[in-house]
Design a protein around this ligand. Sequence first.
Ligand code: HEM
Length: 509
Amino acid sequence: PASSSSRPRLPPGPWQLPLIGSLHHLLLSRHGNLAHRTLRDLSRRHGPLMLLRLGSVPTLVVSSAEAAREVLKTHDAAFASRHLTPTLAVFSVGGRDVLFSPYGELWRHLRRLCALELLSARRVRSFRRVREDEAARLLRSVAGDAAAGGGDVDVGERMCRAVNDAVTRAAVGGRCARRDEFLRELQNAVALTGGFNLADLYPASRVARWLSQALRDAERCNRAVREIMAEIIREQEKLSAGDGGRDDGEDEDDNLLAVLLRLQRDGGDAQCPLTTEIISTVVLEIFAAGSETSSTTLEWALSELTRNPRVMQKAQSEVREAFNGKHKLTEADTEKLRYLPLVIKETLRLHVPVPFLLPRECREPCRVMGYDIPIGTKVLVNAWAIARDERYWGEDAEEFVPERFEEGSEVDFRGADFEFIPFGAGRRMCPGMALGLVNMELALAGLLYHFDWEEVPEGKKKKKQQQQQQQQQLDGGDSGAGVGEAFGITVRRKDRLVLRATQRIPCGY
Ligand code: HEM
């Protein structure tokens, strides 16, 4: 028998039941399905390194900046793999991708490719026209809405479409003919990948797989998305092979898909050939990673600004002074703004869009803060809880105060300050940060420059939300695709943001 000294010292955690492990703590929580809140409460009792068993999956929850530093920096290599659930395996074709691949050659290759070819500063700059164009369309549509129907604007929906269109154009060029269907399926995919469905909780059980509606929905959803992608790839191939190139004056490589197809044609790396399947997965993932995160953040930013008139006033004075009567903004104009980036930063702190980052997995035996972490443990870093912890952010941690990032505060989200990691940290940190930030800045600046915003009176808001729900049902948005069974990897506002807009400065777009 093993001596007590050789027995692993596991992190503490709440009591467990047979079969379901610690799941009841989540299922019976007063926070409903908002697991980041429930796990914050639990970690206050059990500590910043807490071990749970969710179904059959041992899960380490990391809830302090110090513990996050240990996992994401000190032991970066040990935690550089992702935890691949059966649902994620469907969408990522068994982890042959960049978001969910295990730490290894394929990941390294795709990651390098993303950093150099797809998300580099040069490439981000080259998408500038697309962003300006989409921001202009957004502002035009808001101006139209504001002029009609008493000024109430479904601005959440508008922003979501604008960001999606900008990302679609950067990812695959042009707007996609089946865009609404594509977006709906991608939203379903995000909702299905939260990791709390039967198959994901008991990954080794065939019965669980067989019973899991979510897994079947994931397979259906994946087929639908792939079919649309295949169409897009065929179009792009036709364009690239095209008769004498393009006549619209755009660079052939003006989208990520074109870049990947060119690399495929050039032969690329013999060790890691770029198959069409991998290309399709990578483009899909860039799309999924880039759109919901940015549109959710924009929506929260505008929602916090309307709730905090002092901050709104300061942000609006800045943009109105800086643009001084112009009717048309460009990205170059936003470069002089100092306060607006702090507004976005504070939004990313208070509303971390990916609250647990993307789940990691322990790939080699490892000792963290005196505890042994077994191989295969799923790791959730509660970046959301850390970003609201009074120990790092003071008594007003739950309030929206962009000034906390003014001079004197060096805290940034680039992965070195572990109290603020909305983009993660270490080897698997988000490579799309720069693109995400520029996507948000111009749109927000334009909305604040041209319009004044206020909340819609309660009664009218209810009516608008009912209309939204009816519309969603008409659109087939909630198609019963197991959405109730899953939590989703990102957290967004429960209802789409509706605000009243008054145009102050005409749009010349
Ligand atoms: C507000 C915007 C965004 C936020 C908050 C965000 C957040 C994140 C987070 C938390 C991770 C996991 C990091 C970790 O495990 O340490 C991640 C990974 C990733 N993100 Fe983002 N992201 C954003 C925008 C984007 C954009 C615009 C793109 C690309 C167009 C992108 C592409 C990726 C990719 C490819 C990964 C996987 C990296 C890997 O596993 O090696 N993200 N992102």
